[in-house]
Design a protein around this ligand. Structure first.
Ligand code: SAM
Length: 278
């Protein structure tokens, strides 16, 4: 299963393609700003503003050690380091994402505070009680065995540490239009409704500190993405999701908007606390 998921995200020349697109867009690779990367490194609903809003609610302590699990190209890892003074380790299943995330972090001169390693949430390569906080953004949709992934997250989080969730969950309608960013086929999409997910989290020992249903805002965000994608056809190799996901990216706006509108998917933001030590 993990190899199918890895194949969905990996592409052979990702780092080189990103490098070429950044140069074509006129950027100096040794002086990149985080905002230059936002068309490609925010692989979640709402982009960087959604992450910043959620991180502001978390009150990270200065120099907190944070795990960005399923970090993708590391957009949120770099935001946490730059704007919230965190030290961050990003872990992702897709080795090509780890290679590109490391390159982009060097280009933004954040390598002293942010590092990446390949690994799975189902078997995290860290000691018990390591992190002050863990962010989990748009990852659980790819995880079939959620109890196992959540157990691993719980294990590596310190007591009283925070888990920040920004996830797509299942709505009441069973139809899911594909492709969507996390899946081009049903065999790699594992959506659960929030009541099931929250039960798994609570059984594991997490206490919910805040929860908000971001479905309405998410639906409006994807409506705008859809409108933009209908009016503009991106040039080949331009900075955008097509660089990361290839041709299927052109269907994301239409399908995600329809999936939210039809109540097939919902968006959840939650902050949870690990209430006891492992
Ligand atoms: C939709 S992307 C979100 C990336 C990133 N969190 C963001 O918001 O920009 C989902 C990510 O989860 C990663 N992933 C999927 N299954 C995983 C697993 N078992 N362990 C770690 N990462 C995984 C994928 O490789 C991909 O980078």
């Amino acid at each position: 299963m993990e190899s199918e998921i890895k194949d969905h995200y990996n592409s052979d020349h990702l780092t080189q393609d990103i490098k070429t697109a950044l140069i074509n867009a006129g950027f100096n690779l040794s002086a990149l700003e985080l905002k230059n990367l936002s068309p490609i490194d925010q692989l979640h609903t709402g982009g960087a503003p959604a992450s910043i809003n959620l991180f502001k609610k978390t009150n990270f302590s200065p120099d907190a050690l944070v795990l960005d699990v399923g970090c993708g190209l590391g957009g949120s890892s770099r935001l946490l380091a730059k704007q919230f003074n965190c030290k961050v380790i990003g872990v992702d299943l897709a080795d090509k994402f780890i290679e590109a995330a490391t390159f982009l972090t060097q280009c933004t001169k954040l390598e002293n505070n942010v590092s990446f390693q390949q690994g799975s949430v189902l078997d995290l390569p860290f000691e018990n009680n390591t992190f002050d906080a863990i962010i989990c953004q748009h990852l659980l949709m790819n995880i079939e065995n959620k109890s196992k992934g959540i157990k691993e997250i719980f294990r590596v989080l310190k007591q009283n540490g925070k888990l920040i969730l920004h996830e797509i969950t299942k709505g009441e309608n069973d139809t899911l239009l594909l492709p969507v960013p996390w899946a081009d086929k049903t065999s790699i999409s594992f959506l659960e409704p929030w009541d099931i997910l929250s039960t798994i989290l609570e059984k594991q020992g997490f206490e919910t500190q805040s929860y908000s249903d971001g479905t309405h805002t998410a639906c409006s965000w994807w409506e705008k993405v859809n409108l933009v994608s209908q009016t503009r056809s991106p040039r080949p190799n331009s900075l955008g999701p097509g660089l990361v996901f290839g041709d299927i990216a052109k269907f994301f706006g239409k399908n995600m908007y329809a999936n939210f509108k039809n109540n097939s998917i919902c968006l959840v933001e939650a902050i949870l606390k690990k209430s006891y030590a492992t």
